[in-house]
Design a protein around this ligand. Structure first.
Ligand SMILES: [Mn+2]
Length: 292
């Protein structure tokens, strides 16, 4: 976490999901000051803005997701150039297209970006393979260069990630088409059963080494549905049998002070499904575990 400090960018984005509820996640976290104590030690932590669409509304989800991704990529790039650490708070996971396209563009032209994708799902559909057509099921495929050109072409036409620079952790719900794509590309997937057997710390450390082998640095994208819904009710698409909060904070602590870590993203907080702001506290704890 080099630079001046951590800057939060909220993304009021629910256009990629069947239920748009996650679009209100960032504002709930900001307005109720769930992350406020992270800045109390000094001015090293601050909210920037929450990106939202202006009126009139776009005609379709693809246009909305594209518009938000373009703005988010610009914003994330600005913060990196200023030496700040971007912390993106979604919104549904389609915002990842903007976040990581922006980080990639901020690197030297020939530099590669690594990414650890912590998620119950693979998010590696395209419009051709997806039955729901929900774009939050597609962002990882887009970043690998597969999908609609309006999304794969944000912040540059080339793929933002090479398959060998990506790891997924915590997967336990997926469709055969998206797994076929990741398998064909050779992307390393740490399914939940492997995480249970080896422990998240060991898996995360191995993934971190893997995504740093050939890259200038790496990011972490956390879909809150990777966590167990028995512990964290406030997520977009709950799937039983997930990670425990203490495991995730323990793993993220490994990345604390890691000079290669370029940005962090936490998405799919659904404040309407949350109970007593339990999962809002999870967002806080995840952020805190990585703070300097
Ligand atoms: Mn996801």
């Amino acid at each position: 976490m080099a630079g001046h400090g951590t800057v939060v960018v909220g993304v009021a984005n629910g256009y990629g999901a069947a239920d748009p509820a996650c679009q209100d996640g960032p504002e709930v976290l900001r307005a109720l000051r769930f992350l406020a104590d992270l800045g109390e030690a000094g001015s090293r932590f601050r909210w920037d803005e929450t990106i939202r669409l202006a009126q009139p509304m776009p005609h379709d989800a693809l246009e909305a997701v594209e518009t938000i991704a373009i703005r988010l990529a610009d914003r994330v790039g600005q913060h990196l150039r200023h030496g700040d650490f971007p912390l993106v708070i979604g919104g549904d996971h389609s915002c990842a297209i903007g976040t990581w396209s922006g980080v990639k563009r901020a690197l030297d032209a020939d530099a590669r970006l690594g990414l650890i994708w912590i998620d119950a799902h693979m998010d590696s559909h395209t419009f051709a393979s997806s039955s729901s057509k929900n774009i939050h099921g597609m962002p990882l495929a887009c970043l690998l260069g597969y999908g609609d050109q309006r999304l794969t072409g944000i912040a540059g036409a080339d793929p933002k990630l090479l398959p060998e620079d990506v790891c997924l952790i915590g997967v336990r719900s997926f469709e055969s088409e998206e797994y076929a794509l990741l398998k064909k590309l050779g992307v390393r997937v740490y399914f939940m059963h492997e995480v249970r057997r080896r422990g998240l710390q060991a898996v995360f450390a191995e993934a971190r080494d893997r995504v740093c082998r050939h890259t200038a640095g790496y990011g972490v994208s956390i879909d809150l549905d990777a966590l167990d819904p028995a512990e964290e009710p406030g997520v977009g698409t709950p799937v039983p049998g997930g990670l425990l909060r203490s495991d995730v904070t323990g793993a993220l602590a490994l990345a604390h002070g890691d000079e290669k870590l370029l940005a962090l993203e936490i998405v799919e907080y659904n404040p309407y499904l949350d109970e007593h702001f339990t999962t809002a506290r999870a967002v806080h704890d995840l952020c805190q575990s990585m703070m300097p």
